[in-house]
Ligand binder design. Structure first.
Ligand SMILES: O=C(CO)[C@H](O)[C@H](O)COP(=O)(O)O
Ligand SMILES: [Co+2]
Length: 222
């Protein structure tokens, strides 16, 4: 089953509760939360206090995407704040295996993310340990960027490895996802489609979610 994860990065932060309630009622699957520290990426966004505030107002699993240096230092804080999935960047972790184990010690799913320039081979040896691999389809840091087409064979290659080795991690894609690129990524093997500007950036969220859902549903069940 392919899943949709709206990124609140493009939501109206002054009315975050209404924004979240709206997409939840429209039947999305996760809430994607982009945490940026101004060091690993140039932008500064959301911290654990916001995650903690969101937790009681939604039943959606909170998919926390940590674009921060030293993520180990903050795992416990984001677990306490209510994260359901914690994804760290390979590029931000000197001891990635240890970081993944640290996340898994808590009752949350562990994800690892790759920047567009980072090859899959860098996470080859931790693939049996992760619940999710997030392929960045833009350079992380900002919403509303253009999908990098060269990431499609990367998604295909990862899906092939998962198949060959019978791994069970989910493949998530993030950046520049709209109804067209969602279709391409779903076809390439992605399970979770993150969309910020294509959902929260649109006035008609019902239509936005419906068109993305329609474009990926032909791959449902595969
Ligand atoms: O991680 C991210 C950026 O680093 C965001 O999740 C992503 O960019 C979503 O925004 P959009 O769908 O507008 O590209
Ligand atoms: Co993200």
């Amino acid at each position: 089953m392919k899943k949709i994860a709206p990124s609140i990065l493009s939501a109206n932060f002054a009315r975050l509760q209404e924004e979240i309630n709206e997409v939840e009622q429209l039947g999305v699957d996760y809430l994607h939360i982009d945490v940026m520290d101004g060091h690993f990426v140039p932008n500064i966004t959301i911290g654990p206090l916001v995650v903690e505030a969101i937790k009681p107002i939604t039943k959606l699993p909170l998919d926390v995407h940590l674009m921060i240096e030293n993520p180990d230092k903050y795992i416990h804080t984001f677990v306490k704040a209510g994260a359901s999935i914690i994804t760290v960047h390979q590029e931000a972790c000197t001891h990635l295996h240890r970081t993944i184990q640290q996340i898994k010690k808590h009752d949350v799913k562990a994800g690892v993310s790759l920047n567009p320039a980072t090859p899959i081979s860098t996470i080859q040896h931790i693939l049996p340990d992760v619940d999710l691999v997030l392929i960045m389809t833009v350079n992380p840091g900002f919403g509303g960027q253009t999908f990098i087409r060269e990431m499609v064979p990367k998604i295909e290659a990862l899906a092939q490895i998962r198949n060959d080795y019978h791994y069970d991690f989910l493949i998530e894609v993030d950046g520049g996802i709209n109804e067209k690129t969602a279709f391409t990524c779903a076809k390439a093997g992605a399970d979770i489609l993150v969309a910020g500007s294509a959902i929260f950036g649109q006035e008609d969220r019902k239509h936005a979610i419906h068109t993305i859902r329609q474009s990926i549903e032909r791959f449902q069940g595969e």
